[in-house]
Design a protein around this ligand. Structure first.
Ligand code: AHR
Length: 496
């Protein structure tokens, strides 16, 4: 029997936050160097920014970019990356065993963010540094002038403050791989004291405490509880990170990865609410899913296997059709939880597990995963609707039975448009979906990402092998839309 769902503009979850369509630029591999920044490239502008990558970033619909790490930030000396370029010291980056020239730093990032039209989300080093350094950086970045650090910024050519509103209190400090790794008690105290000092500087700053590095961490949820007990009043968000791949060739579980993401979100929202209840504190801590993506971790041999090199090729995963469907389904999970997830960053933007790939001196192109992100960022507008598909299930080794049809929808009051985003995770056949529309709308666009060859990918030689294509088989029957969703497919239907 067909799957079915109802789209009713009265059943709302929360507004679509623009910050859900964030990305991440880390000093890792070729994300910065020969990714967004490549002086001398034929497409580079006067600042050395690749305009081809800038154009693709805008087309992707990225609203916010987290910077400069990632594991990199946990031993980063931000002062190395400001001031005259010829005076900047080359350093060893111990996170990725790479050579860091520091030719790109805070000022370059802020100039790039301005050109890309994205909001900056700045991460602080709370691995090997602490409160005093965080205060120096925020004074450098945000204080107008007349003090030591603000005058230093002005001497470096930035007369006006950068006014960065969103700050991450470190990165993945629960992970033993992290430089300056900490226990929850150690980190909770440091996060609370750093946050207290930053809010003394400016109570309007928004601060993100580190949550668990993934849902498989032995301290998952316990870490968040302990950290939030220490820092509840001082922080605004707690972070979540998750990467998925078909480990051991288990494609069905991979296709159902959004089940894990959904479970993580519910678990950490419940954990935060538990702490709030225990502390008798009416504040609500929201969630920042500030690293998520498909990452073939099995292909990565670990940090200690890396040779010292400048901008090495690190984790440059080439994505296929199945990966694009999974990325689309993760975006659906984020939207379905829009009442708690207020920030999200796909990791990363260029080359390093990224929707945008480049070659040094050569072209830039869209990976398969670019497309579901761009279409969702463009068309998810207004309010997220509560959508509850009913229908067949797929069996997975990791998550048991998961719904074959996974969907969300948005409704824009201003235009009346409803956008439906839906995946069919079933590998074995198409699925009929009946959509009951409780609004006077007709389909205006129907696009699919799918292929007879699910391993098809986009490459420098064949950059448009996989693109969204017009869907077929959509029929209207009064207020009912009948769709046929191909096996392993991501679909958007816009009704207006
Ligand atoms: O995005 C790649 C890495 O994954 C980041 O540096 C780290 O935070 C995470 O483990």
């Amino acid at each position: 029997s067909p799957a079915r769902l109802t789209l009713d503009p009265a059943f709302r979850i929360a507004p679509v936050e623009p910050r859900l369509f964030g990305s991440f630029v880390e000093h890792m591999g070729r994300c910065v160097y020969t990714g967004v920044f490549e002086p001398g490239h034929p497409a580079a502008d006067a600042d050395g920014f690749r305009t081809d990558v800038l154009e693709l970033t805008r087309e992707l619909g990225v609203t916010l970019v987290r910077y400069p790490g990632g594991n990199f930030v946990s031993n980063y000396q931000w002062e190395d990356g400001v001031g005259p370029v010829e005076d900047r010291p080359p350093r060893l980056d111990l996170a990725w065993r790479s050579l860091e020239s520091n030719r790109f730093g805070l000022g370059e990032f802020m100039a790039w963010a301005g050109k890309a039209g994205v909001e900056p989300m700045m991460a602080l080093n709370l691995g090997t540094r602490g409160v005093a350094d965080a205060l120096r950086l925020v004074e450098y970045a945000n204080y107008p002038g007349g003090t030591r650090m603000s005058e230093l910024r002005r001497a470096h050519g930035a007369d006006k403050p950068y006014d960065i509103r969103l700050w991450c209190l470190g990165n993945e400090l629960d992970g033993p791989w992290q430089l300056g790794h900490k226990t929850a008690a150690e980190y909770g105290r440091l996060a609370a004291e750093t946050a207290r000092a930053l809010k003394r500087f400016d109570p309007g700053l928004s601060l993100v405490a580190c949550g668990s590095s993934n849902s498989g961490m032995p301290t998952f949820a316990g870490w968040e509880a302990e950290v939030l007990e220490a820092a509840y009043d001082m922080v605004d968000y707690v972070s979540l990170h998750a990467y998925y791949d078909p480990s051991d060739g288990d494609v069905d579980s991979f296709l159902a990865s959004a089940s894990d993401m959904d479970h993580m979100i519910r678990s950490i929202a419940a954990t935060a609410d538990h702490v709030g209840a225990k502390l008798r504190n009416p504040r609500r801590i929201d969630l920042s899913f500030d690293e998520w993506n498909v990452w073939y971790q099995s292909r990565f041999k670990g940090e200690s296997s890396l040779e010292w090199a400048e901008a090495p090729r690190l984790i440059e995963d080439t994505y296929d059709v199945t990966d694009a469907v999974v990325v689309g389904s993760l975006l659906i999970a984020l939207l379905r939880n829009a009442d708690r997830v207020k920030i999200a960053c796909q990791a990363q933007l260029a080359n390093v597990i990224a929707p945008i790939r480049t070659e040094p001196g050569g072209p830039a192109w869209r990976q398969t995963i670019f497309h579901p992100f761009a279409l969702t960022a463009r068309h998810a507008r207004g309010e997220v609707l509560r959508v509850e598909p009913e229908g067949p299930v797929i069996s997975t080794a990791r998550y048991g039975e998961a719904p074959a049809i996974w969907a969300t929808a948005t409704h824009d009051d201003a235009t009346g448009e409803i956008a439906l985003f839906v995946v069919n995770r079933d590998r074995h056949g198409p699925c009929r979906l009946d959509v009951e529309l409780r609004a006077p709308v007709r389909p205006v666009e129907h696009l699919e990402i799918t292929d007879d060859d699910l391993s098809a990918a986009n490459t420098a030689d064949s950059p448009d092998r996989v693109t969204p294509r017009p869907g077929s088989g959509l029929r209207m029957n009064g207020r009912r839309a009948e769709l046929t969703l191909p096996p392993v497919s991501w679909t958007i239907v816009r009704f207006a």
